[in-house]
Design a protein around this ligand. Structure first.
Ligand code: ADP
Ligand code: MG
Ligand code: ZN
Length: 484
């Protein structure tokens, strides 16, 4: 890869398909539910039966407007649906309703950061289209079946400018789009369910050149890692061809995970192959300024500005802010917890440490999301307050936290029921210290002879005797007095 990059610059443009988060399909009332019995969510419209007429789902437009606003696009006052004609068994109508000459939005950008360098990636266009069904071959000997539950499910296609210059930038761009989609609620962008899929276009340009080379298009990848790996592979493959004086062919290729290679699927179709024409069954889409404004008012604060606000208002390090704004729910959890615990720099950092450490670790071990957590942010605030006011020690707090996480019980109740309150009372502690010192005459003699390290032994014994409940600072103080 290194030597290749001394000669060529990769030029990459991505086409991303996002499944829009709506209850019903793009042009009919059928549910968009995933994992249902085959062909259980279909109707004459999404089956493409003659005489049925599509009706546009306004919520999809709204979700599209959200993505367009979040990516700084110009929203078209007039959009138009178009028929993209091709034959495939999973497309009962013989055409897909998409948008062609007049998309939903154009000329936006997304900001990414790779190795500390911030860069804008241009967005060419965003358009709405319907998904196709799914052909099923596995486990069906000698036959293929078609499941049309997905036919007519709304998608947003987001096409980038060829501004991306490395596989790392491609991955950063995809992560950014996913983050925006999740924050705006336009899509859950769940890649395992195929709700975010990507076609990657890539070509190589000799260093110092000004004209882009011929690209290959790698179809339909649903993992950031695959996109990155496929692009890395393509860079090597195309460089080998160019080094040998050959020409890269404009074609559609597939990524084969098992072989770790891309292979040719078909020569690339051109727009005229699809015989696009305006969809006669749908009126042109008019998006008023008032509609856009209404959607803008509903837009949540996006990750980037939340991150900046966290750094500014709570004075937490940038790294913490990035972790805590990974999702809206996590950011909300932190803010709620801090609002109860207290809003100063020190407390914010302590809270951040607990969330990034103990909390995210437990969630990761359990493969769970923050939304599934059993206790409330207020409970975490209470726990930290109990450490601060000396009710429990930091060590005990860890075990209380584990209890809270497992059962959802409030920390006060856990501490009470398990009798975990820290012992700071001097009288009580002195009594225990006396007992421990009396019971260990040999160590006491050793200490008196100058083995000061035995101090640790005594502290350990006292902690053992109190099941970790003795206030360690107090124990140290009293023990020193006693022994000297
Ligand atoms: P199509 O719809 O046929 O795939 P488009 O013109 O819409 O073609 O381009 C699709 C994607 O290919 C866009 O993301 C664009 O940025 C990218 N692209 C266009 N030309 C090149 C090139 N020479 N090298 C790499 N990517 C390219
Ligand atoms: Mg394409
Ligand atoms: Zn339907």
């Amino acid at each position: 890869m290194k030597s290749v990059l001394e000669k060529y610059i990769p030029v990459i443009g991505l086409e991303v398909h996002l499944q829009v988060l709506t209850q019903s399909k793009l042009f009919c009332g059928c549910a968009t539910l995933f994992g249902q019995a085959p062909n259980s969510h279909v109707c004459p419209i999404c089956l493409g039966l003659p005489g049925s007429l599509p009706v546009l789902n306004g919520l999809v437009v709204e979700q599209g407007i959200k993505m367009a606003l979040a990516t700084h696009c110009q929203i078209a006052p007039l959009g138009r649906f178009a028929r993209k004609n091709y034959f495939y068994p999973d497309l009962p109508k013989g055409y897909q309703i998409s948008m062609y000459e007049l998309p939903l939005a154009e000329r936006g950008f997304v900001e990414i950061e790779v190795n500390g360098i911030v860069k804008k990636i241009g967005l060419t266009r965003i358009h709405m289209e319907e998904d196709a069904g799914k052909n099923m071959h596995e486990g069906i000997a000698g036959k293929s079946h078609v499941d049309l539950n997905r036919a007519g499910v709304p998608l947003l296609e987001m096409v980038s400018e060829p501004d991306i210059r490395s596989p790392e930038e491609a991955a950063a761009y995809l992560k950014k789009l996913r983050e925006i989609a999740v924050y705006t609620g336009a899509s859950d962008a769940d890649m395992e369910k195929g709700n975010l899929r990507c076609d990657a276009n890539i070509s190589l340009m000799p260093i110092g050149g000004t004209v882009f080379g011929t690209r290959a298009e790698i179809k339909n990848m649903n993992s950031f890692r695959f996109v990155q790996k496929a692009l890395e592979y393509e860079i090597e493959r195309q460089a080998d061809i160019l080094d040998d004086g050959g020409k890269v062919v404009l074609e559609t290729r597939l990524w084969d995970t098992k072989r770790g290679a891309t292979f040719s699927m078909r020569s690339k179709e051109a727009a005229h192959d699809y015989r696009y024409f305006p969809e006669p069954d749908l009126v042109p889409l008019q998006i008023s300024v008032a509609w856009i404004d209404a959607v803008r008012k509903k837009m949540p604060e996006l990750a980037d500005s939340k991150r900046e606000r966290f750094i500014r208002d709570y004075q937490i390090p940038e790294y913490d802010a990035i972790v805590l704004t990974a999702s809206q729910a996590l950011a909300d959890f932190f803010e709620k917890a801090i609002s109860v615990y207290g809003q100063n720099k020190e407390k914010a950092k302590v809270m951040s440490n607990w969330i990034m450490g103990a909390l995210l670790q437990e969630l990761k071990n359990d493969h769970k999301e923050i939304e599934e957590i059993l206790f409330k942010p207020e409970d975490l605030a209470t726990l930290l307050t109990m450490i601060d006011d000396g009710t429990i020690s930091g060590k005990i707090a860890k075990s209380v936290f584990e209890d809270m996480y497992k059962t959802g019980a409030s920390p006060k109740i856990i501490v009470q029921e398990k009798g975990l309150v820290q012992v700071s009372d001097e009288g009580a502690l002195e009594k225990i210290i006396d007992e421990v010192v009396l019971a260990n005459p040999k160590e006491l003699a050793g200490f008196k002879e100058g083995k000061t390290k035995l101090m640790g032994f005594f502290v350990g014994e006292i902690m053992k005797k109190t099941q970790g409940k003795a206030n360690p600072a107090k124990v140290n103080e009293l023990l020193k007095k006693k022994l000297n």
